[in-house]
Design a protein around this ligand. Structure first.
Ligand code: FES
Ligand SMILES: [Fe+2]
Length: 428
């Protein structure tokens, strides 16, 4: 349970909020590179951390993320013309470059210098992997570019999707930390999802529904270990890294690609659930890639032409009570991503954490909230750079291993939990 003020502190990420200022210390995913496929292509409206922005790619292939609204009289530049190195407002023709500089005010004489005084807010937009990343903080604290493994392996080894989730980022992210729900909510998927099925570890998940959690702090965030009984006096460990502020990686299953998420605030009542799959040492097969596009694994199907899931709150997520009765899905909702999203959205746009009753399987969530609070305080009071900004903190992997009962995962799995280029993930 959290006090009301703490719930507000952790869930509000607008420009002047403590959490919002901390979020602006990180490179965060802004849009898929495919959304700006070529020079001078149509611009894209992007809302992030409660700011309304416009992304575009100019005639020279430069990416920009600028204020959505024209400095003249506030028209949306989304209606503008993307041409000859800038975007021109459709109303009276003011023109801006990717850095938000005003290039032209056609009504004013050039020698007046009027145009030089006009500048829109602008943030960098950089392509790494399948994603265009932005940094929305002050220039002087701009960190090195992100080095997440999924975004830096060759393109044939990785796949990224995003979906709009209609709730606050924190409750979505807490679902990514809480692996105890897998034995319940996703139990059907372990048998039939092409991106999950067949792994030896699945049976431990299904046989032991009382995982014991051990959460260990490290520089970048937490390692959340969930152990279940395996044969011969051993434990099956699933270890989820959480890197601040909102990166989680699901422990792998067999040789399936590994996957994880970023939970990025759109505003306080909506977020982007970014989902990626990658394999550290091999290409994703055509069958796997097709399954990802078809919405299996951590991905989903869409309302055509949008990033809104096809199953959404307006159609009760296409709830199928018969499938629930037959045991094909535990909740009646199809697909892992929407099983999670449906329940997280059902909590309301910002869940009231003053009313919850937490238990020991929520330890990961409790500690993550604690880490976030501590980091916000250190950053706000003393300007301390928060964990996860340093690319060294991004070089983690999840792992699924079987260990003798007496072994502590954190001692035995140091290598398994680190990025080792060219070395396969540790997975059963
Ligand atoms: S409002 Fe954009 S040019 Fe007038
Ligand atoms: Fe889940």
């Amino acid at each position: 349970m959290l006090r009301k003020e703490v719930n507000e502190l952790l869930t509000q990420t607008g420009p002047e909020t403590p959490m919002g200022r901390m979020f602006r210390q990180y490179w965060i995913p802004a849009l898929l590179a495919d959304e700006l496929p070529e020079d001078d292509c149509p611009p894209v409206r992007v809302k992030l951390l409660s700011e309304r922005l416009l992304a575009f790619r100019d005639s020279k292939g430069r990416y920009g993320l600028i204020d959505e609204f024209c400095a003249h009289r506030g028209v949306s530049l989304w209606f503008g013309r993307n041409e000859k190195g800038g975007i021109r407002c459709a109303y009276h023709g003011w023109k801006y470059d990717v850095e938000g500089n005003c290039m032209e005010v056609p009504s004013e004489p050039e020698e007046s210098g009027f145009c030089d005084k006009i500048k829109l807010t602008a943030y960098p937009l950089v392509k790494i992997g399948d994603i265009l990343w932005t940094y929305m903080g002050p220039k002087e604290s701009r960190p090195d570019l992100p080095e997440w493994e999924f975004a830096t392996v060759p393109p044939e080894q990785t796949f990224t999707s995003k979906r709009w989730q209609e709730c606050n980022w924190l409750q979505a992210m807490e679902g990514g930390i809480d692996s105890s729900h897998v034995s319940w909510l996703h139990s059907g998927a372990l048998n039939d999802d092409p991106l999950f099925k067949g792994a030896r570890g699945n049976k431990y998940n299904q046989q032991d529904k009382r995982p014991v959690f051990e959460v260990v702090e490290w520089d970048g965030g937490l390692f959340i270990g969930a152990r279940r009984n395996a044969e011969d006096g051993q434990y099956y460990w699933r270890i989820t890294p959480w890197v601040m502020p909102s990166f989680t990686m699901v422990p792998p299953r067999g040789d399936h690609p590994m996957h994880g998420h970023f939970w990025i605030p759109i505003d306080d009542e909506n977020c982007w659930a970014w989902s990626f799959d990658y394999h550290p040492v091999r290409a994703i097969t055509p069958e796997e890639r097709q399954a990802m596009k078809d919405g299996y694994g951590v991905h989903n199907k869409y309302v055509p032409g949008t990033y809104r899931p096809l199953q959404n709150k307006d159609n009760d997520y296409l709830m199928d009570r018969e499938a629930q009765k037959r045991g094909e899905t535990y909740s009646g909702v199809w697909g892992i991503a929407m099983q999670d999203a449906s329940l997280q959205e059902s909590m309301g746009p910002i869940v009231d954490r003053t009313k919850e009753n937490l238990v020991s399987t929520d330890n990961g969530i409790i500690m993550a909230r604690h880490r976030l609070r501590k980091a916000v305080k250190a950053f706000t009071d003393k300007g301390v750079t928060p964990p996860g900004v340093d690319p060294a903190h991004q070089k983690v992997r999840s792992a699924a291993v079987v260990l003798p009962k007496e072994d502590a995962f954190i001692d035995k799995c140091k290598d398994d939990l680190s990025v080792r280029p060219g070395v396969k993930q540790s997975s059963v």
